[in-house]
Write a protein that binds this ligand. Sequence first.
Ligand code: NAI
Length: 311
Amino acid sequence: MKITVVGAGAVGASCAEYIAIKNFSSEVVLLDIKENLAEGKAMDLMQTASLNGFDTKITGITNDYAVTAGSNIAVITSGIPRKPGMTREELIVINAGIVKSVTEQLIKYSKDVILIIVSNPMDTMTYLTHQVAGLPKNRIIGMGGALDSARFKYRLAEAIECPSSDIDGMVIGGHSDKGMLPLTRLATRNSVRVSEFLSNGRLLQVLEDTKVGGATLTSMLGTSAWYAPGAAVSSLVHAIACDQKKMFPCSVLLNGEYGLNDLCIGIPVILGENGIEQIVDVDLNESELNKLKESAAGVKATNLLLKDLKL
Ligand code: NAI
């Protein structure tokens, strides 16, 4: 199994590290446009192999896509992250061009690759990748919901005062502060609804804290977070590489599912060796469906900005 990670910055390097530590892949290629950055991070990571007990070979390369040839999975993290006070949508002007050119070069050397898009604004970058790559729709996956769901579980566990592993919960919708939709009604602690443990007011606080999860960390760190994003990407890669048939909310191209068309947005899917193996139809109530539609309108408005960029 050969996995390429484009962008050896904070998220890309964290993702490569988690993939290596989980020890399920023979090879990870880390590629960056910045001279020697990927080579340096790959060497540093390889020097943890004997300490962390993994056999994955990590190779770093500066912008030479021939080295990525024959990748089974490629993760795109290249692009600029948010600075405090910025929205993810503001990154489109720079990141759209980067994602387009990176996709074209990846496809040139790995025709059957499964692409995982991380660069923001992620739902729109995933939509753009569909237009550029021309791959079957099951082979292009946007990562946002897996991270947002992990943040949701963290906030629920914090509020209930229990371990995150007790919590089951999911965030669907657009990967933006306004667009994400934590499904509080369906979240449980070991099958018991979280509303049994928390007041409505506290649940609402959890919901709001989850939605600004990324912005909170960006204001603390001065740039966007990387450990949980890297771990979330590596979980998707693991599910595909090992044909796990695991369910994650991912940004996928919709053709009528949930009454939505012609956009990529976060909804639950089953991931296995073919990428997206199934779109899961959750029985949302009217209020949740309305919020998902509002979120979709926001994503579509950002998608429209692509037209002005003349890529
Ligand atoms: P970073 O600045 O640490 O790393 C980005 C890397 O991309 C840099 O090393 C840069 O040299 C490289 N790069 C730029 N243009 C390139 C090109 N044409 N080819 C190859 N490499 C190129 O940024 P960070 O924190 O790693 O974030 C990366 C992206 O991921 C951002 O757009 C950020 O907003 C997004 N992100 C998305 C998340 C999600 O849940 N979808 C979560 C966290 C970050």
